[in-house]
Design a protein around this ligand. Structure first.
Ligand code: 2P0
Length: 341
């Protein structure tokens, strides 16, 4: 081993990228196991990586979690500890850990920070505690931290299976049936991200999806239509049909926001600036540029287009909304960075 190679004393480091769903995950049927109501499908990005180091330490009496140099407290700390408890239980360890995370994406702004965050945490902690898991098992484990994170284990396009909705079986069988895997695609698009507001959202996506499932009369129809969207999306990806991929992604996302707007009380992540960008996207299409919008649990709009059109799309979005714009594309799956056992 070279003298400057990081040893296990320095912990295990992993890197993961966020993913943006083209067919959304919105709603759980089991909160504890994080089993979704519907399958979802996403593109892992080549921007905004999260780098996380996990260092088990017998001297610690509690997990020490640092996020961008600041000690995590409350819910953020609890979610990390709950996840590490799962890893420790499987590894037969009681050792607490120091966890250091550098997130290059704004946290809690609907920019998939929990996806890259929990994917990096899962890969680093599984290795740090000596669990040997294949990618499928890793995606299942990651799901328990944050549902969408299960998809960030894989690069490019990935599908996350909900498992059978009428599953009355034991927890182990239900857990096994919900995992992510790569999706074949003849498409390498750009995703232009309009950073309209990078502050944390008022309602967490976890709370918002729970309220939507529980109270929105539009939820079931959307979930039903999402099944057809997913099947058609897979075919469109295989054909490399950007227009079809974009149309399905846009309708699925706007439908998801409709379910939230109909929740009681309403959950509204869309802002006036979001609508301005939606208008700019329509204008681009009228001008013959295939560009399609998707929006997550926040006001920021992501625009799917051909790589060759990305600069023009970025310019149009910037001019319309006077915002920072980042051009992204397909990125890699979560991976170990150093300190591999
Ligand atoms: C998605 N989102 O498919 C959807 C679209 C936001 C809108 O997954 O409760 O942070 O940790 O499983 O994964 C955000 O929800 O929720 C999300 P939990 P998560 O990307």
């Amino acid at each position: 081993m070279p003298v400057d190679a990081p040893g296990l004393d320095d912990g295990v480091t992993a890197v993961a990228h966020p993913n943006i769903a083209l067919v959304k995950y919105w709603g759980k049927r089991d909160e504890r196991l994080i089993l979704p109501v519907t399958d979802s499908l996403s593109l892992t990005l080549d921007a905004f990586p999260t780098t996380t180091t996990v260092r088990p330490d017998p001297a610690l009496s509690t997990d020490e979690v640092t996020l961008n140099g600041i000690a995590a407290e409350g819910e953020a700390h609890r979610r990390v500890t709950t996840f590490l408890d799962l890893v420790r239980a499987r590894a037969g360890s009681t050792e607490r850990a120091a966890v250091t995370t550098l997130n290059s994406v704004p946290t809690g702004a609907g920019l998939a920070s929990s996806a890259s965050g929990f994917a990096a945490l899962a890969v680093a902690s599984a290795a740090a505690y000596g669990l040997r898991l294949d990618a499928t098992a890793l995606s299942r484990l990651t799901r328990r931290g944050s549902g969408s994170a299960s998809r960030s284990i894989f690069g490019g396009f990935a599908v996350w299976y909900a498992g059978p909705e009428d599953d009355a079986g034991d927890d182990r069988a239900r857990d096994l049936a919900s995992y992510a895997e790569p999706v074949s695609a003849e498409l390498d698009p750009a995703l232009v991200i309009a950073l309209l507001d990078t502050g944390p959202k008022a309602v967490s996506s976890r709370a918002a999806m729970k309220r939507t499932v529980g109270t929105s009369p539009l939820y079931r129809p959307w979930a039903e239509s999402s099944r057809a969207d997913l099947a058609q999306m897979r075919e469109a990806l295989l054909r490399g049909d950007l227009e079809a991929v974009g149309e399905i992604a846009e309708r699925n996302a706007l439908g998801m926001h409709a379910t939230m707007l109909a929740a009681r009380p309403a959950v509204r992540y869309l802002s006036p600036a979001s609508l301005t960008v939606l208008d700019a996207v329509l204008e681009l299409r009228r001008a013959g540029i295939p560009a399609y919008a998707t929006i997550d649990a926040g006001p920021n709009v992501k625009v799917l287009c051909r790589r060759g059109d990305a600069d023009r799309v970025a310019g149009a979005v910037r001019a319309a909304a006077a915002c920072r714009v980042v051009v992204t594309g397909r990125g890699p799956g979560a991976r170990l960075h150093s300190g591999v056992r």
